[in-house]
Design a protein around this ligand. Structure first.
Ligand SMILES: [Zn+2]
Ligand SMILES: [Zn+2]
Length: 422
């Protein structure tokens, strides 16, 4: 814990967290607007849960064998002596909200999306933060594989809106309660026979969760896993049919995909469909969207027996591959000359803002030349000049900075001019 010692001389953000400064926030806002604009077209609505939950929610929900719970939860005791955790993922909170507010009594399916910070207490490394941001989509109460394809198509709609190209879609089925135990037994036997070449972590997984051996990035484990039986060859008729119909819907949407039987998803409550969208835009292959079905999760929470499917995208990674150009936007600068003019500038600014025009008012007393210099430095689109003579006349010069054109008019005239220009 010595690395955590707060022996800092200067103020600094908490380790693993990061400020999003005004210069970067435009890209975030553009991405968030694209998320809302895209998902709402499909009838999805935002649900905002607290960032803090009782620890047991995630212990139960994320699964006792999940690495997230074992190693990475940001857990602490609050002043009331309760163990609380900053959410490491969104789904358990949503499941809790559905149960708590009996949203399951509303007509199914429920289509939700969420955006916000998640917290994992792992070793901070380049490009990974303890507070990171995620976009999540979830549908509750729809068994039809068409919905699986709908969210994949919707993810692609968002990615194309954000200019993320060079994508590839990987799909798999991880089976269900009926077919998974039989497959696990086969997998255990195959993995057991290769025990000697597997890493200690994977050796443990032979007993606890052999599917997750496919997640191991170590070469000997990957090599061994390549010869293991594939889940797609051992699906029960229901899972097989679901998988076939899911892929037929992707064909209908014209979404090319590859079946990847090693795609198992990180969390334990997945059933049937699993998918991932990867991009090669940053050179190596990066997953930007991962999702799947988890039909048994709500039951395991002690909630109603409703099925669920969803996906998550990491905001930081998405922004790294998105093609977003952020424009500062046009704005008006008011050059006021004298006390009376300064007061008038304040009410004029309000009038322009009410008309939807961004108006920057600085209160420092300056001469006209200094005002124009300042406006040009700030890259104002227009300057409105307010002096004693203009006030008497009720008509003001408006200078368009790029062209140098000057128009004179009443505030109403100038609002029309600016809004016509913008
Ligand atoms: Zn099955
Ligand atoms: Zn391994």
């Amino acid at each position: 814990m010595s690395e955590e010692a707060p022996a800092k001389k200067e103020l600094a953000a908490v380790k693993g967290t990061k400020d999003i400064l005004p210069a970067e926030v435009g890209a975030w806002q553009a991405a968030e607007a694209a998320v809302r604009g895209t998902f709402e077209l499909y009838g999805y609505r935002e649900l905002r849960a607290p960032v803090l939950e009782y620890t047991e929610l995630f212990e139960k929900g994320t699964g006792a064998t999940s690495d997230v719970v074992v190693k990475e939860m940001y857990t602490f005791i609050d002043k009331g002596g309760r163990s609380v955790t900053l959410r490491p993922e969104y789904t358990p909170s949503v499941a809790r909200a559905i149960i708590e507010h009996r949203l399951d009594l509303q007509p199914a399916p429920l289509r939700f999306y969420y955006m916000g910070p998640m917290f994992r207490y792992d070793k901070p490394q380049k490009g990974r933060y303890r507070q990171f941001h995620q976009i999540d989509v979830e549908v509750f109460g729809e068994k039809d594989p068409a919905i699986d394809a709908e969210i994949v198509e919707m993810a692609h709609a968002l990615l194309s809106r954000l200019g993320v190209g060079e994508t590839k879609t990987l799909v798999n089925s991880v089976g269900c309660e009926a077919c998974r135990p039989g497959y696990h037994a086969l997998l255990r036997a195959a993995a057991g026979a290769k025990r000697a070449v597997l890493c200690p972590d994977c050796q443990r997984k032979i007993e606890t969760n052999p599917l997750r051996i496919f997640d191991c990035k170590l070469e000997p484990c990957r090599e061994a896993a390549a010869s293991f039986p594939r889940i797609t060859d051992h699906l029960c008729p229901e899972c097989r049919d679901h998988f076939d119909r899911f892929r037929a819907c992707l064909d209908l949407y014209g979404i090319p995909f590859e079946v990847d039987p090693t795609l198992v998803r990180g969390l334990d409550y997945y059933t049937k469909t699993a998918f991932e969208i990867v991009t090669t835009k940053l050179g190596s292959q990066n997953a930007i969207c991962g999702g799947g079905r988890y039909d048994d999760m709500m039951k395991e929470f002690g909630g109603p027996d409703i099925c669920a499917i969803g996906f998550a995208m990491g905001m930081e990674r998405l922004l790294a591959v998105a093609d977003i150009t952020v424009d500062r936007g046009k704005f008006l600068y008011i050059a006021h000359l004298g006390d009376e003019a300064r007061r008038a500038a304040m009410t004029l600014a309000r009038q322009f803002r009410r008309a939807g025009i961004e108006c920057l008012l600085e209160y420092k007393v300056r001469g006209l030349k200094a005002h124009l210099g300042r406006a040009s430095k700030l890259e104002a689109s227009w300057v409105l000049i307010v002096g004693d003579d203009e006030l008497k006349a009720g008509r003001f010069p408006l200078k368009e900075m790029a062209s140098g054109t000057q128009t004179v008019g009443t505030p109403e005239d100038l609002i029309r001019t600016v809004n016509g220009d913008a």
